[in-house]
Design a protein around this ligand. Structure first.
Ligand SMILES: [Zn+2]
Length: 477
């Protein structure tokens, strides 16, 4: 045998030996003891692909106790400063504190560990078997504007606690922790700031600073009010409230639609694809006023007429955008001195404009500003203020969360529809730090922010089921 041939033989032998060891190596790989232990511990395969967890993954009943949920909604509505059926629950009032206590108690009964931050955002956590992974969160608010109803926000908090109870009865074990958030002050009633809690969670430093000088209508400071409710005891720095991006792998909010579409079309679940972004503007015109009889028309500079002309210009610019998604409203128009025989010397107006397209909305704002200047010039009044109070960007829902909600609805045989949220919610701000999704259930005639607000037990049950199953899917992904 030549040297070359001998070399080839030994090489071939080594090669065959190596090939024969591959299956053995693969077996060893599969028997990795850490994976096996994890599977034994959890009862689930470790490499569960996204959303493959379904309604049939566990065999215990998957059911909502909608009677108890209704009872809790009715009980919570009694913590109110308005007589039933109206609900008034304003931030940090005695009734708000009692309502918060009620929710914390239910969170405890559901086996959640409860934590509160310096402004009173409340978190109820169910630890997953991989507690170091970013958690999946859900939640909403329980504050209620004066003389409103008992479902706005509340369905997304009490419904979330019931969703956890559904999962527990189903014998579900979460991989990612599940967390319920009760957001502080979604409504702007007391301090004029909407979504105060979620804005801070999303790290709004400007707001954190501004709150140091913020007072309510009775001149009570934000911090005094918070302290009277047991919050912000030691800190005047609210940066402890900020959450890091990546704290949550997903955030979902369940809410009543506050519009008529789902009820009219007979659809059970609305899956939100985008939340329209609001901007609000304060405008002041000043003229010289005068006696309604004595000052002749050519000599007037009527601040009231300037404001009215601008209100019509707002409508015109909104319609010019060409999209049904652009809206604009002049909700406040105050004339000074407000007497029938006096030409208005001052006019104050507040304009709300929204769109799911930020650029388009900002173009509308620019045009409103141009019109305000032109009108002031033509009418010889001064535009003493044109202040953009807030100009929030819109938010898009995360595709994977939309898909999880769609899959959950389908498995539960519930109809669903993709839609836009034209009202904004804490989800708009949670989207800044977490992938976001939102779902709607029908409400009677689309009524909201009034005592007639109503969602049926069946509709709430559907919403809680889809929420629970979606949480399960996202927890396992
Ligand atoms: Zn709400």
């Amino acid at each position: 045998m030549s040297l070359t041939l001998r070399f080839f033989h030994s090489f071939a032998f080594l090669f065959i030996f190596f090939l024969s060891t591959i299956p053995a190596l693969l077996v060893l790989e599969n028997e990795d003891s850490t994976i096996k232990t994890m599977q034994d511990f959890s009862g689930y395969p470790v490499d569960e692909p996204t959303h493959s967890f379904t309604l049939t993954s566990l065999s215990a009943p998957f059911s909502v106790d909608s009677q108890t949920l209704q009872k809790q909604i009715d009980e919570l509505s009694t913590f109110s400063d308005a007589p039933a059926p109206a609900v008034t629950r304003v931030l940090y009032t005695d009734k708000d504190v009692l309502a918060r206590r009620y929710i914390k108690n239910l969170m405890g009964l559901a086996g959640l560990s409860v934590r509160e931050d310096a402004v009173g955002n409340i978190f109820g956590r169910w630890d997953g078997y991989e507690p170091d992974l970013p958690a999946v969160a859900t939640g909403s608010h329980i504050d209620a504007i004066p003389y409103s109803g008992k479902y706005d926000g509340v369905v997304g908090v009490l419904g979330a606690i019931e969703a956890i109870n559904v999962l527990k009865r189903w014998a579900f074990k979460p991989k990612r922790s599940l967390e319920i958030i009760l957001f502080t002050s979604e409504e702007p009633t007391r301090f004029g700031i909407s979504c105060l809690g979620s804005r801070l969670l999303a790290g709004d430093e400007t707001l954190a600073k501004a709150l140091k000088a913020t007072v309510d209508g009775q001149n009570i400071s934000f911090f005094d009010a918070a302290r009277s409710a047991g919050y912000a005891r030691y800190e005047d720095d609210l940066s402890s409230v900020f959450l890091k991006k990546g704290t949550y792998s997903a955030f979902i909010e369940l809410h009543i639609e506050q519009g008529p579409i789902l009820e009219v079309e007979g659809v059970a679940i609305g899956i939100v694809t985008a939340i329209a972004a609001p901007a609000s503007i304060k405008v002041d015109f000043e003229g010289s006023g005068g006696h309604a009889g004595a000052v002749l028309m050519p000599n007037r500079n009527d601040a009231g007429l300037a404001a009215v002309e601008l209100a019509l210009a707002v409508e015109k610019h909104v319609l010019e955008s060409g999209s049904i998604d652009t809206v604009g409203t002049v909700g406040i128009l105050d004339l000074h001195p407000g007497a029938i025989n006096s030409i208005p010397s001052k006019a104050h107006m507040e304009i709300d404009t929204r769109d799911i397209d930020e650029k388009r909305r900002n173009t509308v704002i620019q045009k409103i500003h141009q019109s305000a200047n032109t009108i002031a010039k033509n009418r010889r009044v001064s535009l003493s203020e044109f202040k953009i109070v807030n100009q929030d960007p819109p938010a898009l829902s995360e595709k994977s969360i939309i898909e999880a909600m769609e899959a959950a609805s389908k498995e539960l045989n519930l109809t669903n529809k993709l839609m836009i949220s034209r009202a904004y919610h804490d989800s708009l701000f949670m989207a800044r730090i977490s992938p976001m999704g939102m779902m709607f259930i029908p409400c009677y005639k689309g009524y909201s922010h009034k005592p007639e607000e109503y969602a049926s037990q069946d509709d709430m049950e559907n919403g809680v089921m889809v929420l629970a199953l979606t949480l399960a899917k996202l927890s396992m992904s």
